[in-house]
Design a protein around this ligand. Structure first.
Ligand SMILES: Cc1cc2nc3c(=O)[nH]c(=O)nc-3n(C[C@H](O)[C@H](O)[C@H](O)COP(=O)(O)OP(=O)(O)OC[C@H]3O[C@@H](n4cnc5c(N)ncnc54)[C@H](O)[C@@H]3O)c2cc1C
Length: 385
């Protein structure tokens, strides 16, 4: 482990809370239990089983801030007391219902208002699929002719994007735009580039997300940088590896297309680190957010910052991890005064279940991280005895 546990402060957690977290991670480290749990979470969604209160007290409590902004404030304060900021992430995703999309749009505006009131919130974030129907984005991606009602939908989407970015600019809270599946990502890239061209003239307001598990994205960053220089706007970039690996390979197979994902994890890591290096070398043109739990990449970025004599708390560079994961990295960065913010998902519990399913899958896949989490929690419990 590169980042020591010793900077994590569990003093605000009770023995009961630590024990609950330990039980949760012990369950997540057991593949059979995860399989059953995954299945139960899915049937909870379809059969409307009355077990939401159990989920709320366990897995939801660990990985989410609350069901709404006001419920999430305690978590924001708690993190803030340790020099860790919060990126509130309204995690209702993949909905095609026009009313829900409108509601998500309004929530993003509320989220910006909260950032305006609270200095512990440095960014807002949204997903395109929170604002527009997936099938519309897919059709735009495929460059198919939109019918009249779809053209209206696109107009509404553009208006929403513009209102969000305008507000973000007025109150100076930059906005992160998440990356999604490759079969809608070209559409997201194009619309996000338009927003960056318009809103990133002097400050970086709009941050695009780049998934380096794709073999085409390192070149994309360099091309985009050239475009930004010639059109005279700044680049806002959140660098991630990518969350849809399994889905991507299934999609490529089913559609007889070449898969966008690197063939090996090593290649993905190489591209992530090369992208980090390229961006830090060109920091004068950029604002950066490194969304990663990878210790080697984080360590490399710290070294690159040192080499370039960039101050730890230089406002152009942020690090971000998901709530409930890799606290050793977040607390280390906060202790040494780097800018670090946790993604704090929130939303009605039933709507957040797909997000929780992804966390369950991820934590059972990366057994080494889950094991370190268990070790940490056991140590903390012993100290409290
Ligand atoms: C703050 C934050 C914001 C995020 N935002 C987004 C977002 O907008 N869009 C998005 O898609 N994801 C997002 N993610 C998730 C992210 O993409 C990763 O899935 C997750 O962080 C794990 O990657 P890692 O860098 O932490 O490191 P690691 O745990 O070292 O890497 C795991 C990742 O490596 C990649 N990988 C694993 N095996 C292979 C292989 N054989 N070949 C190629 N690649 C492989 C996959 O991307 C996998 O998730 C975000 C993560 C964080 C922390």
């Amino acid at each position: 482990m590169i980042f020591s546990d010793k900077y994590i402060d569990y003093s605000s957690k009770t023995r009961k809370e630590l024990r609950q977290a330990l039980i949760l991670f012990s369950l997540l480290s057991n593949k059979l239990i995860v399989k059953i749990g995954h299945y139960l979470l899915k049937i909870t969604l379809t059969l409307h089983l009355p077990v939401l209160f159990i989920i709320k007290k366990t897995i939801f409590k660990h990985f989410c801030g609350g069901e709404n902004i006001s419920e999430s404030r305690e978590k924001i304060r708690d993190l803030g007391a340790h020099n860790i900021q919060t990126i509130l992430d309204y995690s209702v995703e993949g909905k095609n219902d026009i009313k829900i999309l409108e509601n998500t749009y309004k929530e993003i505006l509320k989220n910006l208002d909260e950032g305006n009131k609270n200095s512990l919130i440095p960014f807002s974030v949204f997903k395109f699929t929170g604002l527009a129907r997936f099938d519309l984005l897919k059709k735009i991606n495929e460059k198919k002719q939109l019918n009249e009602s779809e053209q209206d939908e696109l107009k509404i989407l553009k208006k929403r994007l513009d209102n969000i970015c305008q507000k973000a600019q007025n109150i100076k809270i930059p906005i992160l735009i998440d990356a999604e599946e490759s079969w809608i990502q070209d559409a997201i890239d194009e619309l996000t580039e338009e927003l960056m061209t318009k809103y990133n003239k002097s400050d970086v307001i709009v941050f695009h997300t780049i998934q380096l598990y794709r073999w085409d994205k390192l070149k994309y960053i360099k091309d985009l940088h050239n475009k930004a220089k010639s059109k005279k706007f700044k680049l806002g970039l959140k660098l991630v590896r990518g969350a849809y690996m399994e889905k991507e390979s299934i999609w490529a197979k089913n559609n007889n297309k070449k898969c966008f994902i690197h063939q090996t994890k090593e290649n993905c890591d190489q591209d992530y680190n090369a992208a980090a290096k390229y961006c830090i070398n060109n920091i004068k043109d950029m604002g950066l957010c490194f969304g990663t739990h990878n210790e080697e990449s984080t360590h490399l970025i710290l070294q690159l910052m040192k080499q370039k004599r960039i101050e730890n708390n230089d406002k152009r560079i942020y690090f971000s991890q998901l709530l409930g994961m890799s606290d050793n990295i977040s607390y280390y960065l906060a202790y040494f005064n780097y800018n670090v913010a946790k993604y704090v998902p929130y939303g009605p519990i039933r709507e957040v279940i797909p997000y929780l399913i992804r966390r369950v899958e991820e934590n059972s896949a990366i057994t080494s991280q889950t094991k370190s989490e268990i070790k940490r929690l056991k140590k903390a419990l012993k100290k409290k005895a």
